[in-house]
Design a protein around this ligand. Structure first.
Ligand code: EPU
Length: 464
């Protein structure tokens, strides 16, 4: 695995272009399975999770192409995401590759489109970042209400809707609130269901709204996206479209913390503050100055960060995906801050790594107390998940000395060319490629055969 070497202490200054939203692009790519013709998507970020979704679409009979990268007219800025086209060539497959499905959570977004358009889906249990329990019961409950039947076979979830889906009223709130991808999955499937579907307790995140905007452009009839009740009037078919993905609000927030933690000042081009109201409220309380100016966001560090308390909550509350990054900033704040993680109560693995840099963080259950120190010190730290890796990178940029950040494959899942973007505003980060694995060959000996794997039992188990 690659690692980063980060020389801390540089004050960031300059302009960065914000990429398209990963969490909007992934379900939007999956929704393209439901159309005929060539879809053209702008601002799909170049990320390893997007590569995995691309392979899944190819497995499902799509032709996916990337156009030439976009030149960004900012000195030393890396080129970004070229437009992507997606066209269904062979609509018969319902069974994408297991490895990619298991590698990321968003593979679950295939379920709705496949059931609605092809009447069947076979999907490995989705994986994703190690941030605690990530059940899919609400997805299965919602799609079952529309008439799909599910069972497990050979370690996969099999869904069937041979006679098509029918509209229904679906309540999609779980113990921790609404589900983002669950709402998107059911909403997407319902566009081709017969009659009206009403999703009550829907997630209100901007990624839900962007997917609804795409589907409506494709010919769907969705109202209420962005509120807790979404109504979908089923249509017979959807057509291909051209669509521009919204800017990534989590990348935006991460760069805002980068300015604040390095005592710097950044202009974030193409960012949207209206998607980050709760986060900006806390960042300003911590002392940073934030303004929207001509379509850009300007963020300037305050004198010294001040402590703040925050609770992660479904949108429009404080996003769990920016919990770790603000914790890095508050590690050097004046006073004691408190964080309550409501969405993923165990999402605190970064706290142990931040402690290696001198942070004083005490985690009890779903609450973390952060006692601010004057400065962080360089250390070797290891990323456990995507947003944890961003927090560690931010901390290392503010620390005195050179830090090593291991397992940057996590950061590559969700931040497009992050070290190059940060370098163009003054950060000193080197990507060090992993050493190739040594393969030892012994003369005269046949290579060992792969171990055999016992097949799983294939008796059908109804799961919803
Ligand atoms: N939940 C259930 N049952 C379900 C689904 C969810 O109990 O069937 C629970 C979860 O365990 C969690 C809560 O509901 O406690 C919310 O989970 P949600 O379903 O909203 O999460 P998600 O849709 O799987 C997306 C993002 C995550 C982000 C969450 C919350 C994508 C690909 N992932 O996940 O992003 O943390 O919403 O905002 O869109 C990230 O980008 O780093 C990331 C983890």
């Amino acid at each position: 695995m690659d690692h980063f070497l980060i020389r801390g202490g540089s004050r960031l200054s300059g302009t960065v272009e914000i990429s398209g939203s990963k969490n909007a692009a992934l379900p939007i790519m999956a929704a393209c399975l439901m159309t005929d013709g060539i879809n053209r998507l702008h601002r799909v970020p170049a990320l390893s999770d997007i590569d995995a979704m691309t392979r899944l679409l190819v497995d499902l009979g799509c032709r996916v192409r990337r156009e030439a990268p976009r030149k960004i007219d900012i000195p030393n800025h890396p080129d970004l995401d070229g437009a992507m086209t997606i066209e269904v060539i062979d609509p018969t497959s319902v069974d994408p590759g297991d490895d990619d499905a298991r590698s990321m959570r968003a593979s679950i977004c295939m379920l709705g489109p496949l059931l609605a358009r092809r009447g069947k889906a076979i999907l490995a249990q989705p994986g994703g970042c190690s941030i605690g329990e990530r059940p899919i019961d609400l997805h299965l409950k919602g799609l079952s209400k529309l008439g799909a039947r599910f069972y497990r076979e050979d370690g996969c979830i099999v869904g069937e809707a041979p006679d098509g889906l029918r509209g229904a009223t679906v309540f999609l709130c779980g113990a921790s609130g609404p589900t983002v991808l669950g709402t998107i999955n059911v909403m997407t499937a319902a566009t081709l269901a017969e009659g009206e579907t009403r999703i009550v307790g829907a997630a209100c995140e901007p990624e839900v709204v962007d997917t609804a905007r795409l589907l409506n452009a494709m010919g769907a009839k969705i109202t209420g996206a962005g509120t807790s009740e979404i109504v979908i009037e089923g249509v017979k078919q959807l057509h291909a479209v051209e669509h521009t993905i919204i800017p990534d609000r989590i990348e935006t927030g991460t760069f805002m913390v980068a300015a604040a933690i390095t005592g710097g000042e950044l202009r974030l081009r193409g960012a949207r503050l209206d998607h980050l109201v709760a986060f900006v409220d806390r960042l300003e309380q911590a002392g940073a100055k934030v303004i929207q100016q001509n379509g850009d966001v300007l963020v300037r560090a305050g004198d010294r960060p001040q402590s703040v308390d925050y609770v992660t909550w479904p949108y429009p509350g404080y996003p769990t995906d920016l919990q770790a990054q603000l914790m890095a900033l508050l590690s050097t704040a004046d006073g004691k801050s408190r964080v309550i993680e409501h969405i993923y109560p165990q999402r605190f693995k970064h706290a142990t790594e931040l402690a290696k840099m001198g942070a004083q963080i005490d985690v009890t259950g779903s609450t973390a107390w952060i006692d601010g120190v004057n400065t962080l010190v360089a250390a070797t730290v290891r990323a456990s998940d995507l947003r944890a890796s961003a927090a560690l990178l931010l901390a290392a940029m503010s620390a005195s000395g050179s830090s090593k950040l291991e397992r940057v494959d996590h950061i590559d899942r969700g931040y497009e060319k992050i070290e190059q973007k940060l370098a163009c505003v003054g950060a000193e980060i080197d990507r060090c490629p992993a050493k190739p694995k040594l393969t030892v060959s012994v003369l005269g000996r046949e290579p060992e055969t792969a171990p055999t794997v016992e097949p799983e039992r294939t008796d059908r188990q109804i799961v919803a």
